[in-house]
Write a protein that binds this ligand. Structure first.
Ligand SMILES: Cc1cc2nc3c(=O)[nH]c(=O)nc-3n(C[C@H](O)[C@H](O)[C@H](O)COP(=O)(O)O)c2cc1C
Length: 331
């Protein structure tokens, strides 16, 4: 009897020790990620070519986004422009190539901003911007426009992946026509069916928010749709279930899987005739806590990403979004 009790205690202790050690590894791995981010992200002011390009893309994006805004605000985005100029100057001061596609796209966007105001006879009084561009007049910018108008046509037939995929764009404002919510069910069903996942675990869980009050709260907390989001019919929250993650090395697995599902879902929504925009779910712990409370979920669900959805308008605006081309290395 005593031996049996001893064995049970030892088994329990062993299991407890194993769990304790696994948790320690988990925390250590998070620290490793944190160190990597601290070392290579924007937190490190000593920029490499990669972080300089990331900083340019990050800074200029809100300007090109603003250029697609239906309710265009003349003179918008002064602080974003100042930050972009700073990012470009930093890039130049490091001696990086002025033929780099991201560098040229960012200059093109700044010039489009000026041209757009000029063509509408709007004086924005921004000598810092004018001087910056004048001093770089010799740099050949992209000739194509930085944003385009897209007419959504129903019944498109697509010959290839690229034909289909290149007709999807992030659409942030929607039509006020009646929205068919059953299409969201069908899109989620299809995306769920075709999405690959680690060991076929499908670690994502989906919450669709359509209550007006909750939509407002999410948009305010998420923050990435400021000035946009007209007639949003729903926001789809792609959550990662910790329950689906098995071992101490799966720090990113759930998020990678959620991203794959999210992309398929956007294509699926597009295929069902629904316009969408992916939205980041990178929030402070305070915001996460608030949102958890509003959605009625516990900490077993982690935030992967959000997708706003609505009906396409007849005429939609989307960014061209400069494509960073230097992504491939063959070994
Ligand atoms: C994970 C993720 C998060 C994003 N978050 C936001 C956001 O918070 N606000 C926003 O307006 N766009 C957001 N976007 C949309 C990007 O700006 C957009 O995908 C990019 O500019 C390329 O444009 P396209 O989707 O039309 O090809 C996000 C995209 C992804 C993939």
């Amino acid at each position: 009897m005593k031996r049996m009790i001893d064995t049970t205690i030892i088994t329990h202790m062993k299991a407890g020790l194993k769990t304790f050690l696994a948790k320690r590894v988990l925390i250590k791995n998070y620290k490793r990620d944190a160190n990597s981010i601290a070392k290579y992200s924007f937190l490190n002011r000593n920029r490499t070519i990669n972080s300089s390009i990331a900083f340019i893309l990050y800074s200029v994006h809100s300007i090109e986004k603003g250029l697609t805004n239906n309710s265009f605000r003349y003179g918008f985005g002064r602080s974003a422009i100042i930050q972009t100029i700073k990012a470009l100057k930093q890039y130049e001061s490091r001696g990086f190539s002025r033929e780099n596609s991201t560098y040229i796209s960012a200059l093109s966007i700044l010039r489009s901003y000026v041209d757009h105001h000029k063509s509408h006879n709007k004086e924005i009084g921004f000598p810092e911007l004018y001087n910056f561009l004048d001093e770089r007049e010799d740099i050949k910018i992209m000739q194509q426009p930085v944003c385009k108008k897209i007419f959504f046509e129903k019944g498109n037939t697509f010959r290839s992946f690229i034909d289909f995929a290149s007709t999807r764009h992030s659409i942030r404002d929607y039509s006020d026509s009646k929205f068919d919510y059953s299409k969201i069910n069908n899109s989620i069903r299809d995306a769920n069916k075709v999405s690959p996942s680690s060991c076929n675990r499908r670690p994502w869980e989906i919450i669709v928010v359509r209550s007006e009050k909750l939509l407002k709260d999410i948009v305010a907390i998420q923050g990435g749709l400021r000035g946009f989001g007209k007639n949003t019919s729903a926001i789809i929250c792609i959550m990662v279930s910790s329950y689906a993650l098995t071992h101490k090395y799966e720090r990113h697995e759930g998020f990678v899987n959620a991203g794959i599902f999210g992309m398929n879902l956007m294509y699926s929504l597009h295929d069902h005739g629904i316009a969408s925009c992916p939205l980041n779910a990178s929030m402070s712990s305070k915001h996460e806590k608030k949102l958890r409370r509003l959605l009625g979920i516990g900490e077993d669900l982690m935030f992967g990403m959000f997708i706003s959805v609505g009906n396409y308008k007849e005429l939609n605006h989307a960014t061209i979004s400069p494509v960073k081309e230097e992504i491939l290395r063959w070994l």
